[in-house]
Design a protein around this ligand. Structure first.
Ligand code: TYM
Length: 341
């Protein structure tokens, strides 16, 4: 084929979410909404990262259920399985294979510097596993297997992306170009949605206080109530200042994103109004934003045969690409293959 007839390779995206709970507003705003709009111009792989989930203890039946919940949420948010490859991480064993190799190229101190490991080992101090420690290496394997150019994530994943880039560069320099060095794609606004109850902490799907987090399965009334009860700061006006007034600033950011209004326009719109009026408007706007996702989720989640078919086909497609990378890597590190003789 000459250059003119060769089809242009679309740049590749990989991203994933842990099925530790149903997804929440931070996952949607920080990552999932970007997946949906990027999928037209990229070749996308979106996985449900169940292998990451077991780095902290899970109830097996719950994990199975959440895996399907998360896959259904991807589709409900607008990920199109005819355009993007949607699959479950543990269905493609190459993730574990590459993770092992990369573990052998990661410094102990390097892994120890990961802030998410430090945070999570504090949260789970009774059960700090080696898996939790090497979690970012598995994440690097997820990304590098597909030769991803871009990784759309929230801000909390930035450090893991830097490690991924370091590992890719290290391997490429030690041997020869093997991995694409990926770039993170973190939204300027909404990369870090904060907890409604403790606005200096990020909103998390595994927060023990349910009122801190707006789940994508919450009903309109539950959403409105959670927003109404959100902790705000002393002061009365609706003004963005994330440093000194994290509570109201978080609500302003959420409102700005879900309504597509700039922060300056939100401030103008609510000039002279109090927290009560503002919270009611935020509650309504977030409920409007989540409602269509929840409705589609209920439909998609009810049709398990279709969901199963999508995930099976997705895993086959993903494995095709993943296998190619593992084969290349095995050769470079010196694993003997029968065809070597
Ligand atoms: P996870 O499951 O914690 O979160 C999924 C995605 O949601 C983003 N996110 C947020 N964005 C804004 N505000 C928040 N409060 C918020 N909370 C979470 C996360 O940044 C993420 O993009 N390690 C990853 C999963 C993973 C992965 C990967 C991601 C495993 N392998 C490969 C990308 C590529 C994680 O725990 O995400």
């Amino acid at each position: 084929m000459n250059e003119q007839t060769q089809p242009q390779r679309k740049p590749v995206i990989l991203s994933g979410m842990q099925p530790t709970s149903v997804l929440m507003l931070g996952n949607m705003i920080g990552a999932l909404r970007n997946w949906v709009y990027l999928q037209e111009n990229y070749e996308c792989f979106f996985c449900v990262v169940d292998m990451h989930a077991i780095t902290v203890r899970q109830v097996p039946a719950e994990l199975r259920k959440r895996t399907l919940d998360v896959a259904a949420t991807y589709l409900a948010a607008g990920v199109d399985p005819n355009v993007s490859t949607v699959f479950v991480q543990s269905h493609v064993p190459e993730h574990a294979e590459l993770a092992w190799v990369l573990n052998c190229y990661t410094g102990f101190g390097e892994a120890g510097r990961m802030t998410q490991f430090k945070d999570k080992s504090e949260q789970h101090s009774d059960n700090i596993t080696v898996g939790l420690f090497t979690y970012p290496v598995l994440m690097a394997a997820d990304i590098l297997l597909y030769q991803a150019d871009l990784v759309p994530v929230g801000e909390d994943q930035k450090q893991h992306l830097e490690l991924t880039r370091d590992l890719a560069n290290r391997f490429n320099h030690l041997y020869s170009p093997t991995f694409t060095v990926p770039e993170p794609y973190i939204p300027q606004s909404g990369g870090r949605i904060m907890s409604l109850q403790e606005p200096t902490k990020k909103m998390s799907k595994s927060d023990s206080n349910q009122n801190s987090t707006i789940f994508l399965t919450d009903t309109d009334d539950v959403i409105r109530n959670k927003v109404k009860r959100a902790v705000t700061d002393s002061g009365t006006d609706i003004r963005y200042d994330s440093e000194n007034r994290p509570g109201v600033s978080n609500l302003i950011e959420m409102y700005s994103i879900v309504t597509g209004t700039s922060v300056a326009d939100v401030e103008k719109q609510f000039e002279g109004k109090g927290y009560g009026d503002f919270k009611a408007a935020v509650g309504d706007a977030v409920a409007d934003y989540i409602r269509p996702v929840r409705t589609r989720f209920d439909e998609i989640r009810a049709d398990v045969p279709t969901l199963t078919k999508i995930l099976k086909e997705g895993a086959e497609k993903a494995q095709h690409t993943a296998r190619r990378t593992v084969r290349k890597v095995y050769k470079k590190v010196g694993f003997w293959q029968p065809e070597d003789k």
